[in-house]
Structures are given as C-alpha cells and as structure tokens.
Design a protein around this ligand. Sequence first.
Ligand SMILES: CC(C)(COP(=O)(O)OP(=O)(O)OC[C@H]1O[C@@H](n2cnc3c(N)ncnc32)[C@H](O)[C@@H]1OP(=O)(O)O)[C@@H](O)C(=O)NCCC(=O)NCCS
Length: 174
Amino acid sequence: MLIRAKTEADTAGCVDLLLRVHRQDNYPLHLAPHEVPGFLAGEHETAAWVAEQDGRIVGHVALHCPPDDPTLTVAGNATGLPTDAMALVSRLFIAPDRRRSGLGRVLLRHAAGQARAFGQRAVLDVGQALAPPIALYESEGWNRVGELHIPLDAGPVLDLWVYVSPESPDLRMV
Ligand SMILES: CC(C)(COP(=O)(O)OP(=O)(O)OC[C@H]1O[C@@H](n2cnc3c(N)ncnc32)[C@H](O)[C@@H]1OP(=O)(O)O)[C@@H](O)C(=O)NCCC(=O)NCCS
C-alpha cells in the first residue's frame, strides 16, 4: 500500500472511485452523479493524497482551506483559533472492497499530521447520518464541537456535525 500526493494523472481514477462510493454510500450527500467530479475538484484544496495498491487508487483524502467557511467558524469558536490556523480534512473515502482494514484511519492520521506540519489544526464536518466516518473520527479522539444545518438549492438541508482533531494525537501504530 502506497500513500502518496495526488497528481493530475489521478483525476480519472479518483472520480471513478468516488462514483462507486456515491452509489454505495450516498456520499457525497445530496449530489447527483454528474455533480461528483466537481465536488472532488475542490477549488480550495491545498493538498491531497491517494492510497494506491497494485496500480489502483483505493483511497483519497484532502486538506481544504476555504475562506469564510461555516465549519471553520464553528471550529474557531470552539477552539479560539483563527481561520488560517485550521485546515479542513475533506473528501475522505475508501474503496468499498477495502473497507475495515484500517486504511481510512491511516489516511485520516496522514491528513491531520500534514496539517500539523503546516502549523494548522485539522477540523472537519460530517453528515449526521454517516455512521461509519463518525465512528472513525470518535475512535481517533476527535471532539464534536457543534453542528450546522445548511439549506441546499435543491430543497433538502445538509445536517452536519463539526469535529476538531485532538490537540495531542494518539500516536499508536496501526
Ligand atoms: C468512513 C470510511 C472512510 C472508513 O474507512 P475504512 O477504511 O473502512 O475505516 P477503517 O478500517 O480505518 O476503520 C477505523 C475505525 O472506524 C470505525 N468504523 C469504520 N467503518 C465503520 C462502520 N461501517 N461501522 C462502525 N464503525 C466503523 C471503527 O471504529 C473502525 O475501527 P475497527 O475496524 O477496529 O472497529 C469509509 O467507510 C468510507 O469511505 N465511507 C464512505 C465515504 C464517507 O462517508 N466519507 C466520510 C466523509 S466525512
């Protein structure tokens, strides 16, 4: 298993994987399949990594630093940190046939560790209905610090929990 920085050449493989995840898990929430590539493109992405096995992309995670983001506002209110001292862990997904082997945990720790290396605290939001990632974040000691209810153009409301990474990360090996 190789964890490496995402490149332009990975775009098709990442979109293909996220479309499979979307079909199975309904993540990303409230999006049609044709909107999935745009969701992944992420104009505020500052860094991203893929997990590759046997030449195939089996996982993805990114850091985003958007300006005026409601999740960063909630996290900032909870931590006292300014927006530019935080980074959003975003677009974490693992191939359906590679689940529960620790890869999600590895990519989450990698992204949070890289944020720390950039001098930033990792924070994130997660759909309140998404039990597997919530279980992952809480098992890693992330703290729920608030919630958001964002009305979408299409009618539904995006119900999110906001989490911040632990100040002293658990450095157990996986
Ligand atoms: C969430 C996700 C990334 C987890 O990836 P994964 O590689 O299967 O996770 P791991 O194997 O590292 O699991 C680590 C821990 O998370 C928790 N967890 C993960 N999946 C779980 C599930 N389906 N049910 C309950 N707990 C789960 C467990 O505590 C697990 O530890 P354990 O296996 O020792 O019990 C994966 O399910 C996924 O891609 N989901 C769809 C996309 C998504 O929802 N992304 C999150 C966006 S915010």
